[in-house]
Design a protein. Structure first.
Length: 252
């Protein structure tokens, strides 16, 4: 056996983070939390936001996110979330979709506690390289909601499992041994803890939403983004429609 072979493998493992960092290649990026703060059956929320996963020069990752939630009973809610990300300098792209369901509990006039769980499927791709992942999540939240102001604190616990990385064309930076080492790094399940908070302000039907979330990797090392900063609009469709419906009933 070549005595230098273990040293070469070790050197390749140490080189991978440098290569990934230089190419701005990340294999996980957290989406924004879905925190609807539902209070009664029939309420529906829609939120759309622009997000930034990294603000470093020549290393930006920008996203567009869309969320839907609805109260199907007086205690049960469902959600559907989608996101798309781009990294202009590394030609990287990501996309993610997830669905979940859970319970909400009204705590007086303004406070709501809720907990949701679900599953999501995502994909990260670069030139000639594609990695997909599954994610399971559980998310408890507590929030305050009024006519003109909402605030919530939330924590999301995730289990993320990546598929095998697919190389469709020759990769300029990875030899066979480096690719094997990279595959060994990615191909493990990980637990992630993702706390966050949000602020909303506006009218009862339409609010401006600002959210921050952080992702802490509790498992094996992975080249990933750790923050999500998003700003967008949060729509409470039912407020306007329910008001019109009540007015129409009163007329008759």
């Amino acid at each position: 056996m070549n005595p230098l072979r273990p040293a070469i493998r070790y050197a390749l493992l140490l080189t991978i983070p440098v290569l990934l960092g230089a190419c701005s290649q990340y294999y996980y990026m957290p989406n924004m939390h879905q925190v609807p703060l539902l209070r009664e059956k029939g309420e529906t929320r829609i939120a759309g936001s622009a997000s930034a996963e990294s603000l470093e020069p020549y290393n930006e990752v920008n996203g567009t996110e869309l969320q839907f939630s609805s109260a199907v009973t007086d205690k049960t809610g469902v959600m559907l979330n989608g996101a798309a990300y781009t990294s202009p300098h590394s030609e990287g792209r990501g996309r993610f979709i997830e669905a979940g369901a859970g319970r909400y509990l009204v705590l007086g006039r303004h406070w709501t506690a809720e907990g949701y769980a679900g599953i999501g499927r995502g994909e990260v791709s670069y030139s000639g390289e594609r990695t997909a992942l599954w994610r399971l999540f559980a998310q408890p939240s507590i929030g305050y909601a009024s006519r003109n102001f909402d605030f919530a604190i939330t924590t999301r616990l995730c289990y993320v499992d990546h598929d095998k990385t697919q190389i469709t064309v020759g990769h300029p930076n990875l030899s066979d041994e480096a690719y094997s080492a990279l595959q060994n790094e990615i191909a493990h399940g990980r637990m992630l803890l993702e706390p966050g908070f949000l602020l909303r302000t506006g009218t009862r039907a339409v609010k401006l939403q600002l959210q921050y979330a952080y992702s802490a990797n509790l498992g094996r090392r992975l080249s990933m983004l750790k923050e999500n900063i998003s700003i967008g609009l949060h729509l409470n469709i039912n407020n306007s429609f329910q008001k019109r419906h009540r007015v129409a009933k009163e007329r008759f």
